[in-house]
Design a protein around this ligand. Structure first.
Ligand code: PFF
Length: 526
């Protein structure tokens, strides 16, 4: 009974249960994107009618690409660079490209969590006062013109130290004792806190106007290509797919793990939280419109940092029970953000651990410290907000779409592993992936995403971004894209110093017959 099909790679952890994996995956998916991005994007994309492109994006790209991430991670059992290398040797660069995106996003995502922590504290006594906009931009962030400043903002730097410190400790504790525990504690806390906030928001005067504004369909929006693009972008960022994250998370699953059913649970949970956030945010905006005697449609600043750190504080000041509402809102943002940030940094850390044969702790500390330094230098300064906005736009809209297209094309056309991956998923899962998956991944997704990419690049080249100076968009926007490519080239070129395929084996190929009692018996000893 002690024989095993492949040498169990020493030191590789697994989630303690499928539940642990699902919680961690939901923790990664549910983040700032759900709370501050979805409600405004849905509203601007036709309200109730937005649910049509959103659900189509979920079914035609979200779930299929989530399955692809899971299949690659579980079958090849490594973070993105090594998993892709095992899938098709030349695909390692894609893994490093994804790792670069994770690295870049983590450096600014951490800063937003630091703001949320500050605002959690400011909620006690609504310290932002009567003019939330001036408070956020001038008093708190000390924002200057677009440029490069080295002046650190103390109010951001202190909580940022706490964020990175905690991230490093949790990563060093590892997948089971660190990441899984964090999510097992954090996720229920988030759901309870956020549900309380939504209930409170629904009782505010004007809440129903907000909900009407959000859900009343504007069918005309569906003829606008940009609305469809917004729906697909939202799905990618929100579900954390094509970033390599879900590859790493799936790589820590046990051999017999019900991957596709878990994926459906994660996707459903993420979208449900998104709708819940829409209800909470728009009830609150309805209250604001009611207070100001204007229509919800006349309000400004309903997405992103402006929504969370200017509009919301302003509304909260006018509410009965302001402190509680503020603490619930900013506490939720911080927790939702933190469980996503840990996944971003884990993806980077495991990639380096594998390539250079580092220990878990060395990789966690090195990656954590380097990311923290970049995070401070670029985003905790007086020019941090503008840098963050620009880098986010390019890393997400260009980087991630390129990554998704490359992943689909490699899986189906270049590496030709899609059938193996489908067989693998079906051998371990109860929800079987039909043949429909292959044309969706091989044709529909890359074609649609290709159109989306061309449109976005054209728009950015023609119109620049947010009226920022051209040199600035060149350095921080296109510079980000150049950085992603350079990172991929450099780390692919470096020789593997880590465990190679023989000492750190992927799971042996599974096909449907492997689900027999004999295979199950072997699994049990692992
Ligand atoms: N899904 C997260 C959100 O909605 O905020 C953001 C995110 C986390 C994106 C992890 C990508 C990722 F790998």
């Amino acid at each position: 009974m002690t024989t095993s099909v492949s040498p169990a790679p020493e030191g590789r952890e697994t989630w303690t249960s499928n539940r642990g994996f699902i919680l961690a995956a939901i923790g990664s998916a549910v983040g700032l994107g759900n709370i501050w991005r979805f409600p405004g994007v849905a509203y601007e994309g036709g309200g109730g009618a937005f649910l049509v492109p959103y659900l189509i994006a979920l079914v035609t790209a979200g779930i299929p690409i989530l399955f692809l991430d899971y299949a690659v991670g579980h079958r090849f059992r490594a973070a993105a660079p090594l998993a892709f290398r095992r899938m098709w040797r030349k695909a390692e660069a894609l893994g490093w490209f994804q790792t670069a995106i994770l690295f870049v996003i983590s450096t600014y995502y951490a800063v937003i969590i630091a703001w949320s922590l500050s605002y959690f504290y400011f909620s006690f006594g609504t310290k932002w006062g009567d003019d939330a906009k001036t408070f956020f931009l001038s008093d708190y962030l000390k924002v200057g013109d677009p440029g490069v400043s080295t002046e650190l903002v103390g109010g951001v730097a202190w909580p940022l130290i706490a964020v990175w410190g905690l991230i490093i400790v949790i990563l060093a504790l590892g997948v089971t004792k660190g990441v899984e525990k964090l999510n097992v504690i954090g996720l229920p806390l988030l759901v309870l806190g956020f549900a309380a906030l939504v209930i409170k928001a629904l009782t505010l005067p004007g809440a129903s106007d907000g909900l009407n504004a959000l859900f009343t369909p504007d069918w005309g929006a569906l003829t606008d290509l940009n609305v469809w693009i917004a729906a697909y972008s939202q799905i990618f960022f929100s579900m954390s797919i094509a970033f390599g994250i879900m590859i790493s998370y799936a790589s820590f699953q046990r051999r017999k793990a019900n991957m596709t059913s878990s994926g459906l649970v994660v996707g459903f949970a993420n979208s449900s939280f998104e709708i819940l956030a829409g209800i909470g945010v728009f009830s609150t905006l309805g209250f604001l419109a009611h207070q100001q005697g204007v229509g919800v449609g006349d309000l400004e600043g309903i997405t992103g940092p402006t929504l969370s750190f200017i509009t919301f504080p302003a509304v909260i000041s006018q509410m009965p029970g302001a402190t509680l509402f503020g603490a619930l809102f900013f506490g939720s943002l911080a927790i939702a953000g933190f469980t996503s940030l840990i996944s971003l940094v884990l993806g980077v850390s495991v990639a380096f651990q594998e390539k250079f044969g580092l220990s878990k702790t060395t990789a966690a500390v090195t990656v954590g410290v380097v990311s923290a330094i970049v995070s401070f230098a670029l985003f905790a300064t007086t020019t941090g907000l503008i840098a963050l906005d620009t880098v986010d736009q390019f890393a997400n809209n260009i980087g991630i779409v390129v990554s998704a297209i490359a992943m689909c094309v490699i899986a189906v056309w270049l590496g030709r592993t899609i059938e193996t991956l489908r067989g693998h998923l079906n051998a371990v899962s109860t929800f079987k992936v039909g043949k429909w998956w292959i044309p969706v991944i091989g044709l529909y997704a890359p074609i649609f995403l290709g159109i989306m990419l061309i449109q976005k690049v054209y728009d950015l080249v023609q119109n620049g971004y947010e009226g920022y100076p051209t040199w600035y968009v060149g350095v921080f926007g296109w510079g980000t894209v150049a950085f992603l490519v350079a990172f991929a080239v450099v780390f692919t070129a470096i020789r593997w110093g880590g465990r190679d395929d023989s000492t750190f084996a992927p799971w042996p190929p599974l096909d449907s017959s492997a689900t027999t009692a004999a295979a199950a018996g072997k699994e049990a000893v692992r």
